[in-house]
Ligand binder design. Structure first.
Ligand code: LLP
Length: 434
């Protein structure tokens, strides 16, 4: 739960706002974002990684208000699309503090990013190098990092692991592609090579993956120093720090991560006899994930018999896989709590499901819920700040929920609820045959 969440007489209160009031005034489903929690996690990373540049990974969740908070807390921003870049720039974020990612940036997107003056472009392919060379020849300057594949198996879901060889991101270190990319970028006029970049995956708890990656990336860094005579000034170690979705997860605090990562890098640099480059990281989930819960209203409750005689209560809420695809996509674990009242009813095994047309539309797989849970109750699912609103869809023409920021007893809409008109605005209407 976010930092300011409390329960009074069974009513969940976040940022001083009772969820019953929030549901009445803003409707459900809604993402409730605790601004103080977001800011305090952003600050914790910035303070713990004081010698690093900390890029908030906007893909986890981005809107204009969040851009403002990130700026005020002194972090930089990592974007990975033209859309994210536009949000950051429109909110007035300093382009020099934006890092631009993506495995398939078009010539037009790169041009726009360079014209806007982004601080660094993280290069991911030979095609992209050719596009940058062309842009440099046209007079634009590019400051770049080379994303490399460290060849480690991160202990996380296959779809969010990114440092093994057989996936789309980065240049292989072992295959020599990374060195070749470095040589070509180093030789290109108008392109300034800042350093190497490695991101091993997401929702990672064990720092051993970072350690192996850092060792391999720094070995390349040292080889570049030796063979090309250049000490690359920077090194980015990516994001991916895990958060607790349930009580089973035990994430590290930023201070502990900083101590461990710095120790690993300094040790390797000493062993390789190279200067420690300026380091950066890109946490997304660990900053925004715990700040938000999704508030739903229960619509129907159905008890089903399981093999062996046990029973399960299916609690259907007014959202589902369109506002949180993570359970269906990654088999992610979530929990929930009754947010609108207390209950002394004995708990029953429940499953929180959405209102979409498929059986896999599950929000919380297994959770004990009060036996008297009923239509009209409010349910809150914590830890939905990262990759929920940002991956939300209009499946079944669902209207994507608003994001309501709460702070000091005040709730304010930072992203409004979609309307049917929003959806219809892209549908050109009935074709006329006349
Ligand atoms: N840097 C790079 C280059 C990345 O690709 C990512 C995430 C991050 C930083 C931030 O990772 P974080 O600290 O948020 O874990 N949709 C998936 C996660 C995909 C992550 C994509 N890249 C999920 O819902 O778990």
């Amino acid at each position: 739960w976010s930092l300011t969440a409390t329960k009074e007489d069974g009513v969940l209160t976040i940022g001083g706002v009772a969820m019953t009031d929030l549901a009445r005034d803003h409707g459900t489903p809604a993402y409730v974002l605790d601004e103080a929690d977001f800011r305090s996690r952003a600050r914790a990373f910035r303070e713990a990684f004081a010698d690093y540049d900390v890029y908030y990974a906007g893909k986890a969740f981005l809107c204009s208000s969040v851009v403002g908070w990130v700026a005020e807390e002194g972090l930089s921003i990592d974007v990975c699309s033209d859309g994210e870049l536009t949000v950051a720039l429109r909110a007035g974020f300093d382009p020099a503090r934006i890092g631009y990612h993506g495995n398939n940036k078009t010539y037009a997107e790169l041009r726009r990013a360079l014209e806007a003056g982004v601080g660094r472009v993280i290069v991911d392919s030979v095609d992209e190098i050719a596009r940058l060379e062309r842009l440099a020849a046209e007079g634009l300057t590019a400051r770049v990092m080379v994303r490399v594949t460290a060849g480690v198996e991160a202990h996380t879901h296959e779809y969010i692991a990114t440092a093994h060889e057989d996936q789309k991101f980065g240049f292989s270190i072992t295959g020599g592609d990374a060195m070749e990319a470095v040589r070509r970028l180093q030789a290109a006029a108008g392109i300034e090579l800042l350093g190497l970049h490695s991101h091993i995956g997401s929702q990672i708890f064990d720092t051993s993956g970072f350690e192996v990656a850092a060792r391999r990336v720094l070995a390349l860094h040292a080889r570049i120093s030796e063979e090309l005579g250049v000490d690359l000034p920077e090194l980015d170690l990516g994001g991916g720090f895990g958060i607790a979705y349930t009580t089973q997860d035990d994430p590290s605090e930023p201070a502990q991560l900083a101590t461990e990562m710095t120790k690993i890098v300094e040790h390797e640099c000493r062993a390789l006899d190279v200067a420690v480059p300026r380091l950066s990281i890109e946490p997304g989930r660990a900053i925004v994930g715990p700040s938000t819960c999704t508030l739903y209203e229960v619509g129907t409750v159905k008890e089903v018999a399981l093999d062996g005689g046990a029973r399960r209560t299916y609690v259907s809420v007014d959202g589902g896989m369109s506002d949180n695809i993570r359970t269906a996509l990654y088999d992610a674990d979530y929990s929930c709590t009754l947010a609108s009242r207390g209950s002394d009813a004995p708990p029953v095994l429940g499953r929180v499901v959405g209102k979409h047309c498929e059986a896999g539309d599950i929000v919380v797989k297994d959770e004990f819920v009060p036996g008297d849970i009923a239509a009209g109750d409010l349910l809150a699912v914590p830890g939905t700040g990262a990759y929920c609103r940002s991956m939300a869809s209009n499946y079944n023409h669902a209207l994507r929920p608003p994001v309501i920021a709460v702070r000091d007893g005040v709730a304010r809409t930072v992203v409004r609820r979609e309307t049917v008109e929003d959806l219809l605005s892209t549908d050109v209407g009935v074709e006329s045959n006349s």
